[in-house]
Design a protein around this ligand. Sequence first.
Ligand code: KIV
Ligand code: NA
Length: 265
Amino acid sequence: VKRITTHTLQRMKQKGEKIAMLTAYDYSFARLLDEAGIDVLLVGDSASNVMAGHETTLPITLDQMIYHAASVVRGAKRSLVLVDLPFGHYQGNSKEALQSTIRIMKETGAHGIKLEGGEEILESVKRILTAGVPVMGHLGLTPQSIYKFGTYNVRAQEEAEAEKLRRDALLLEEAGCFALVLEKIPAQLATEVSQSLRIPTISIGAGGGCDGQVLVMHDMLGINNEFNPRFLRRYADLYAVVNGAVKQYIKDVRSGDFPNESEQY
Ligand code: KIV
Ligand code: NA
C-alpha cells in the first residue's frame, strides 16, 4: 500500500478532495481506522482526556505521547500519522520544541507533528522545519490554553481575535506548515481562511468550508455518552454496544451458560 504523505494532502486540496482525519491512541484502533481508509491519524493530546481520564490536555507527558504514538504507528500501514507536541514540552523555547520533536520522530516512527498557536510559537515552527519534520498548525480553540480562555466556547467571534487568527494562519503557511487545524471558530471565518491559504485546513467544529474534518475517535464512535457539542456527529453507539455485551457476559458467567461444552478442552 502507498503511504499518504503531506504532498498527497496538498494535491487533495488542489483537486477539491476532502481530507478525513481521526484521532487514535493505540495499535488496535489505529489498525481498524487505517484499514477503513482514513487519510490521517492524529495521536492527539486528547489522549490525556480519553485515555488517561484527565479533565484537560495539560497533564499528559512527552513520554506518554511517545508510548501512544509508537503504538499507533505500528497499526498504520497507509495513513499519515501525526503527533501532538504536549503542553510544557515546546513552549519554553524553540530548541526545546525541536528536541521534543526529534524524540517523537526517532522513538515512534511518526511522520510529522502538530502544535498549538500562531505568532507566539512561530520560531519553534521554523526551527522544527529546519530539521525536515512536517508541521501542522492548530488555531482557534486551542485546548492547551483552556485556562486563558476560561471556557470551551466558540473562539474568534469578535473581530480582534478573528483578525489575529487570519494573520496567524498566514504566518504559519509562510513559515512552511503543511496544514492547519481550525478548532471551534465560526464557519464563515474558517471558510475565508481556507480560501486564502494554499495549504489544507482541517476543521473540528469549524464548518464545512475547510479542506478536511477531524473528530476525536471516542466521541464519533459514541464510547463516551456524556460529551454532546453541536459539531459532533455520532457514527456509532459503542457505549451501548459494549455495555450490552459486558452485561450479557456477566449474566452468562453467573448462570454457568459460559463456557459451554464446545468452549472448553
Ligand atoms: O488532541 C486532539 O484530539 C486534537 C484534535 C481534535 C484536533 O488536537
Ligand atoms: Na490536541
